[in-house]
Write a new protein. Sequence first.
Length: 255
Amino acid sequence: MVFEHSEVRALILREYGFGVSVNALAGYDEQNVRLTNAEGKNFLLKIAPERAGLPFLEAQIAILQHLAGTAMAPHFQQCIRSKDGEYIVKVERDGQVYYMRLFTFIEGHFWVDQSIRSHRLHMELGSFVGQMDKLLGDFSHPAMHRHYTWDISTALDNLHEIDAIRDPELKRIAGYFLLQFQTEVMPVLYTLRHAYVHNDANDYNVLVEGDRIIGLIDFGDMVHTALINNLAVACTYAMLGEEDPLAVAASVVKG
């Protein structure tokens, strides 16, 4: 699924009524494109295949609209209506259906590109995630109730994949932690507080400026799960490449 730049420009002009220049961005399940209008303002265009599911795309818009009504609104993108007043534009090409959404663009540096990550920044990350989770306490959407590979609560689904690990030592380590999850976590998982969470505060989704978190993007992995999982994801990515990863995790949790 790749729409050429000329197709993107034509779609934006037809559906939103203005001209743009186009720059491709990395994407996983969707095509992501940065658009710039004649005034130099940037936008993010996301084009999803039909398999993404219309209800789930609607849930992404709903959660952003919910956050837009809070004090954290500037830290999240917002979806822009088409000329027809739609947040999601259906596009048909070569017999296939796609869903197009246009978002505001948050300027900032990816966490992964931040050369120095201070104790203060790690605490800021924990504070940011905690504030967001608190603001989402009264949010709900049925499409977020799903069995999802990237939900930590489904970790045991990977037991049948463990034989794909060729290195015996790495296979032993993976097996050990899956066993720990099975014996220590699964018996109490149902007792944990569950919530509607972002679920992907990774080093390419967290935007920073100095020691401040200025934004969080990409709600494509959101899910209803144990609330602690959202913090666990943030800690995991913050720990990557650090000399003392446990100290980093402690700072995130403290924040």
